[in-house]
Structure formats: C-alpha cells, structure tokens
Design a binder for this molecule. Structure first.
Ligand code: ADP
Ligand code: MG
Ligand code: MG
Length: 250
C-alpha cells in the first residue's frame, strides 16, 4: 500500500529525514517511535504534504502512485487520512456539515455516488455508536473550544466517517491525557480491517498499551534504525533509547 524509499527531507537548510525506508501493507498497524527530535513529526508532515517541508530525495508510493506529486487534498481523496489535517477551528461550521462535504468529495474521487441525506445520517449513527461520540459535540463548531479529549474523539470520528485506506496519526505529547490516548487507541482498534492500514507516530510508549501494532519502528536521526514486533515497544519502555543509540553509533 505505502512504500517509502530513501526519503530525505529538509526544514529550511536543515536535513531532518536522512534516507528513511518503510513498507506498509493493507491490514497492518505500524507504530513509529523514537527519541524527541528524531524526525517523527517531520515524517508525518511530509506524508501529509505540509508546505514547510522540502523533500530532497527518495520516493513515496501509495498503491504505486507518486504521493509526493499530490496536493494534501488529492492525498485525502486517494484515501489517506491525516488526523492533523483538520485541527483547525471553523466557527459556524459543525463537524456534521464539514463531514458531509468531505465524505462526498472522497466518494466522488472514487467514482461513487454521493450519499444522500438519509444515507449520510445512517452512516453518522453507525459511526457515532462505534466511536462513542455524542450529537452535542458534532453540532458544535468544528474544534472550537474543544478539550484535548473532545478533539481526539472528533478526529477518530472523522476517520470513521471517511473510511480511509491509510490513516496516519501523529500523537504529539502536547496536552494529551491518558483518556484522550485511550480514545485514539480504541478508535484505531475498532476501525481496523484487513483492507486498511494505520501508521501511528507516537511520543508515548503508553499508547501502545492500548494499540497492538504489528510492527514497531524506531526512528532515530532521520532514519528507521530498528524494526520489530510489538514486543519491541515493551523493550523500549523498559530500557529507553540509549541502547539503540549505542547500536547505531557502533
Ligand atoms: P519528533 O517528532 O521526532 O520529536 P520532529 O520531526 O518534530 O521530531 O523534529 C525533528 C528535528 O527538526 C528536530 O531537531 C527539530 O528541532 C527540528 N525542527 C522541527 N520543526 C522545525 C522548524 N519549523 N524549523 C527548524 N527546525 C525544526
Ligand atoms: Mg518532538
Ligand atoms: Mg513530533
């Protein structure tokens, strides 16, 4: 599904990603971990197509298509969900209205008929139940005045509604309590199918107490320097990152 080869990227003059490789197949959940400043958020931002990041080498293919050529909107239409793509507050626009447009744009790009009002409502109800979100939150202006946990629940709900092929979640450490993490984890677990994949970039070991990834990768100094099964996360929790750094410099 996703194939990243020798990816290199800069912020300004500074090289952050220094030849990163990653392969993700349908049905898989991957966790990307690593010490602070190693390039995790940069990777997520490059995949999202954020402007401040310049790709200087390598390739990213999504089902064989060159992802780096596509605008963030086109990436979304191809079936990629980036949680932080919609963190903006939109006064006067409810999550419901926002999603009505977004869902039908994705369907159109896939050559599917738009959902009519009844079908949309049916899907809303089904997904609301799944991610345990209530109507009150969906009626409020998008993200306006949302708490950390509400933002997360809303984000996971958006993901549920959009039914992406690939979800990339960057769980930064800014103001997220354990409840918010649990919301994300439960969402990822419930939305998992054999046809979709998730890449969770996490600054928290604890998130992986709730999400069981198929693969754990350690990103260090702009490269994935170690990959392993879910047990690798436990090992990192126990031993920290110093042994990885030693391995790399050895
Ligand atoms: P992580 O998410 O793993 O903590 P980041 O991808 O956020 O790492 O950052 C990688 C490196 O890029 C760090 O050294 C950080 O200081 C640097 N960096 C991040 N954002 C910027 C920026 N806007 N301008 C300059 N350097 C940046
Ligand atoms: Mg950081
Ligand atoms: Mg980060």
């Amino acid at each position: 599904m996703l194939s990243i080869k020798n990816l290199q990227a800069n912020i300004g003059d500074k090289q952050i990603l220094k030849g990163l490789n990653l392969e993700v197949k349908a049905g898989e959940v991957h966790a990307i971990m690593g010490p602070n400043g190693s390039g995790k958020s940069t990777l997520a931002s490059v995949l999202a197509g954020r402007e401040d990041y310049e790709v200087t080498g390598g390739e990213v293919l999504f089902y064989g298509k060159d992802l780096l050529e596509l605008s963030p909107e086109e990436r979304a239409r191809e079936g990629i969900f980036l949680a932080f793509q919609y963190p903006i507050e939109i006064p006067g626009v409810s999550t419901t209205n926002f999603l009505k447009t977004a869902v039908n744009e994705v369907r159109k790009a896939r050559g599917q008929e738009p959902l009519d009002a009844v079908q949309f409502l049916t899907r809303m109800k089904e997904k609301m139940k799944l991610v345990e979100i209530n109507q009150a939150l969906l009626s409020r202006s998008l993200n306006e005045g949302f708490s950390g946990g509400e933002k997360k629940r809303n984000e996971i709900f958006q993901m549920a509604m959009l039914e992406p092929k690939l979800a990339i979640l960057d769980e930064t450490d800014s103001g997220l309590d354990i409840d918010a993490l649990r919301i994300v984890a439960e969402g990822v677990n419930k939305l998992r199918t054999k046809d979709n994949a998730t890449v969770v970039v996490t600054h928290y070991q604890r998130l992986l107490d709730y999400i069981i990834p198929d693969f754990v990768h350690v990103l260090y100094q702009g490269r994935i320097v170690k990959s392993g099964p879910k047990e690798l996360a436990l090992e990192l929790e126990e031993k920290g990152y110093d042994w990885i750094k030693d391995e790399v410099s050895a």
